[in-house]
Design a binder for this molecule. Structure first.
Ligand code: SAH
Length: 269
């Protein structure tokens, strides 16, 4: 991941697929995309720290955290200063096995949805395996459809339907609270170190993206996708595979199938 840090002294990088012995809360990443008002970044850092979260990633913020952001972060300047800054959303989540996108309104392309409570539960459960992330959008326009399509699930805080858009940091607070609640439930139940069976080992985003590129490449070779008129095929496939959530072995099998299709297409040439 190419990233810079506001304070280069702090280091909270997470690595997937290693035995994780730290706090699960350190593995729940908060990603803020293209934030325009850095005071919201300060307030989000404060919201995170109150709930025990530490991993903040800023995707191309329009304004770098300044004194006002520091002031609003109050005692959470450690979280703010430890924030990593990256160029794209993909950079921010490439090592994550589960990514949840937030949205204040329903989108034209329906996607698997989670309730805030279920979202907290799923994130904490899977944080045992790899880093997980919640992605928050721009103050003005939220997340783009392309960004939302990088996420496995979407979550919507069921606010007043006539006035459903929360302030960015307050949305961070609400969902971080749900993460904490689930963390406490799991900690009390002593489930934290439960190991999942092999067939439920999910790929991280980087692997899934390689699979989609392979799929697109193979479909171009067979002629199913016309390069000049790709239409919505890849978007619909992403939705299908997101819903099915293939595990590592299944992705490997799919890539083997794609390779055999490519070979067959080549033989016909
Ligand atoms: N005007 C934007 C809303 C931006 S609010 C729009 O129509 O999409 C800024 C961010 O706060 C959103 O991108 C989302 O990450 C979060 N947010 C605000 N209200 C939310 C809600 N009800 N549910 C989930 N996330 C919400």
């Amino acid at each position: 991941m190419t990233s810079s840090k506001i304070d280069s002294n702090s280091d909270n990088e997470n690595h997937p697929n290693e035995t994780f012995t730290g706090s699960l809360l350190d593995r729940v990443r908060i990603v803020l995309v293209n934030t325009s008002d850095c005071r919201n970044i300060g307030s989000a850092a404060r919201a995170m720290k109150t709930m025990g979260l530490t991993d903040l990633v800023l995707v191309d913020p329009l304004e770098l955290p300044n004194g006002q952001a520091q002031a609003l972060s109050a005692g959470a300047s450690d979280v703010l200063n430890g924030a990593r800054i990256v160029k794209t959303l993909e950079d921010a989540i490439s090592d994550c096995g589960l990514v949840v996108g937030t949205s204040a309104r329903s989108r034209t392309l329906p996607w698997p949805m989670l309730e805030p409570r279920g979202c907290g539960e799923k994130l904490i459960k899977e944080a045992n395996e790899y880093p997980v992330a919640i992605v928050f959008g721009r103050e003005s326009s939220g997340l783009s459809n392309e960004e939302l399509q990088l996420c496995h699930f979407h979550v919507q805080i069921p606010a007043n339907p006539d006035y459903s858009s929360l302030n960015l940091a307050m949305a961070v607070q609400t969902l971080s609270y749900e993460v904490r609640t689930s963390f406490l439930v799991q900690e009390n139940a002593q489930y934290a170190n439960k190991v999942k069976s092999d067939d439920e080992e999910y790929p991280v985003i980087e692997e899934t993206e390689r699979f989609y590129s392979h799929f697109e490449q193979a479909m171009k070779k067979t002629g199913f996708i016309t390069p000049n008129h790709p239409g919505l095929i890849m978007t619909k496939l992403r939705r299908l595979f997101n819903r099915a959530r293939p595990d590592v072995k299944e992705i490997k099998m799919m890539r083997g199938i794609l390779a055999s299709i490519e070979r067959a297409a080549k033989d016909k040439e």
